[in-house]
Ligand binder design. Structure first.
Ligand code: GLU
Length: 306
């Protein structure tokens, strides 16, 4: 099926290799996978290893192994952000005078900003002129404006944010020369021609920044669907966990069925499926994004995924 403008559907799953996948990541994988596959679209895999300091040894291998074992099938070559430096540099260049160098260190900001405000809105100290013109290292920030940036999310509805007032001029390249998630994700969504971004609502308040960047770079804006993030009954987020390669086929089938339950689908019971592939065949055929609930909490009886 083709979206309104007749472009074939292209979705993506973009894990950060900061550990193995956890149940919440599998929910993101399942949701984005089924949105793409149910529309006969492509599902691309992107490894968001842009922040080399946070990459955990072996986690890329573990992530790929887990996805393969659970039967997700990605299309095309995997995109690694660590290999995209030139593209990010080119985008920064295209932004011209919309960006500026910033020498403010954390220490400096902590000292200059009123108690309790550090870490929220950047006060644009370097906007007109670097506060420390002799700084050996500086970050690159994007100028923002007070106008609210809005978009309509498929599940969360209209969402808007006055980026300048709520975040401030944000960093595109850090002083240690690493590119920020915001720049990398926008450049890559454009490069991979993503038509819809399906991800957890913990990233909802990042999206106006990304829409603003897309606008500044003259990129197409994809559709967005932010599903509620899975939390434990006491409101905690899930942590990374190991999916051992020794997990039986029955357990894998059950885990995928669990992701479907959390996404509001009503799959038949485990014993109705003789293999993992049958679960996927059912899921692709009966996927209904309108059934994804507004909130998602793990039930008490599901300790295995915590
Ligand atoms: N890399 C992010 C994560 O692992 C996802 C970012 C995105 O989907 O835009 O949570």
């Amino acid at each position: 099926m083709l979206p309104k403008d007749n472009k074939p559907y292209i979705g993506r799953f973009a894990p950060s290799p900061t550990g193995s996948l956890h149940f919440g990541s599998l929910i993101a994988a399942t949701a984005s996978y089924l949105c793409a596959k149910s529309k006969e679209g492509k599902w691309l895999l992107r490894i968001e290893d842009v922040d080399q300091f946070r990459v955990k040894k072996d986690s890329i291998y573990q992530i790929l192994q887990t996805l393969e074992q659970y039967g997700y099938q990605w299309d095309d070559a995997i995109l690694y952000q660590s290999q995209r430096t030139q593209a990010y540099d080119a985008a920064l260049n295209d932004l011209g005078s919309l960006v500026y160098p910033c020498s403010c260190t954390r220490k400096f900001l902590r000292k200059q900003m009123p108690e309790g405000t550090y870490g929220y809105v950047y006060p644009s100290f370097c906007r007109e002129k670097m506060t420390n013109p002799d700084a050996a290292q500086f970050a690159i920030r994007l100028r923002t404006h007070d106008e609210p940036i809005g978009f309509t999310d498929y599940l969360q509805g209209d969402y808007q944010q006055a980026v300048a007032l709520e975040v401030g001029d944000f960093i595109l390249k850090r002083s240690d020369q690493l590119f920020s998630y915001q720049l990398a994700v926008v450049v890559d969504d454009e490069y991979q021609q993503i038509t819809e971004v399906v991800r957890g609502s913990d990233l909802l308040d990042n999206t106006p920044r990304q829409c603003y960047l897309q606008h500044c770079l003259n990129y197409q804006q994809p559709q967005y669907l932010h599903f509620p993030t899975a939390v434990t009954p006491d409101g905690k987020k899930l942590s990374k966990q190991n999916h051992s390669p020794e997990v039986s086929d029955t357990e894998k089938r059950q885990t995928i069925l669990d992701t479907l339950h959390f996404l509001g689908q009503a799959p038949p019971a485990l014993d109705q499926f003789s293999c993992l592939n049958d679960v996927w065949v059912w899921a692709i055929q009966y996927w209904d994004r309108d059934k994804i609930p507004a909130q998602m909490t793990l039930p008490e009886h599901y300790p295995n995924c915590l």
